[in-house]
Design a protein around this ligand. Structure first.
Ligand SMILES: Nc1ncnc2c1ncn2[C@@H]1O[C@H](COP(=O)(O)OP(=O)(O)OP(=O)(O)O)[C@@H](O)[C@H]1O
Length: 236
């Protein structure tokens, strides 16, 4: 286990349940009664396709309302917040990297990266954007339309857009999913370095067990259960 991480319950969820209700009123549960905690450092959620990993990430980040249970992020009960307070809290403290990137295809890489900061009326550091573009090996693409980039390049733009806002908590859904092994490792190391800065917490969903094992803590989701362990093998 990487000793750079200190676990201090930055995210706590208990008795967590989520069901989706279809048009005819039928409720389909994805999971129920789950417990989750994460502190500073890097935590992975892994498990088979369709088991509910993305749904869990959405519930923990406040993007999806929970059907049951409680979620605290940085000590704030996000399950109790109204839409306005939740949006403000998320904008201030949380970054989310979507599996589908959610870039504006016609806008340049640079403009996509600074868009959320501009919308929030926050100062944009050109130096920080340039630094991240270099670190994520996207030099020379600043002015390219985001839609003209490869999937892997767009994935890195989406990561930069999240990190440049310097959130306390980053949720990333398959952040290396579109990348070859070498680039995936590079991106993973950048995220891990961010996670090990003081007061930062990164939660990733990944199918890549090789990367999950390099995290400070791993949750395996399967058959409605969520089991956490440190990669050193200590069960919790
Ligand atoms: N908005 C939604 N409405 C209805 N059902 C949904 C919705 N979002 C997810 N689901 C269902 O919830 C279940 C879990 O989906 P989810 O995307 O969370 O799984 P996952 O483990 O992240 O899958 P993958 O690894 O393939 O991305 C699936 O059966 C999915 O169809």
């Amino acid at each position: 286990m990487d000793t750079g991480a200190q676990y201090n319950n930055m995210i706590v969820a208990d008795n967590l349940g989520k069901s989706f209700v279809s048009g005819d009123g039928t409720s389909t549960p994805v999971f129920s009664g789950l417990a989750f905690t994460a502190g500073s450092g890097m935590t992975a959620i892994t498990g088979p396709s369709g088991c509910g990993k993305s749904t869990l990430l959405y519930c923990l980040s406040g993007l999806e309302p929970v059907s049951q249970g409680n979620v605290w992020v940085l000590g704030e009960a996000i399950h109790e917040k109204d839409q306005r307070d939740l949006a403000l809290f998320r904008r201030t403290h949380i970054g989310f990297v979507f599996q589908a990137y959610n870039l504006v295809p016609s806008m340049s890489v640079w403009d996509n990266i600074q868009l959320p900061l501009n919308l929030a009326g926050r100062k944009v550091s050109s130096e920080r954007i340039s630094e991240l573009i270099t670190r994520f090996r996207l030099n020379g693409h600043d002015g390219d339309a985001a839609g003209s980039l490869s999937g892997g390049e767009q994935q890195r733009v989406a990561l930069i857009r999240t990190l440049v806002a310097d959130p306390d908590v980053v949720f990333a859904d398959e952040p290396t999913g579109a990348l070859d092994q070498r680039t995936g490792q590079l991106v993973f190391e950048e995220l891990k370095a961010f996670a090990h800065r003081p007061g930062k917490c990164v939660i990733i969903v990944t199918h890549d067990w090789r990367l999950a094992k390099l995290c400070d803590f791993v949750y395996i989701m399967q058959d409605g259960n969520l089991n956490g362990s440190a990669p050193s093998g200590v069960q919790v």
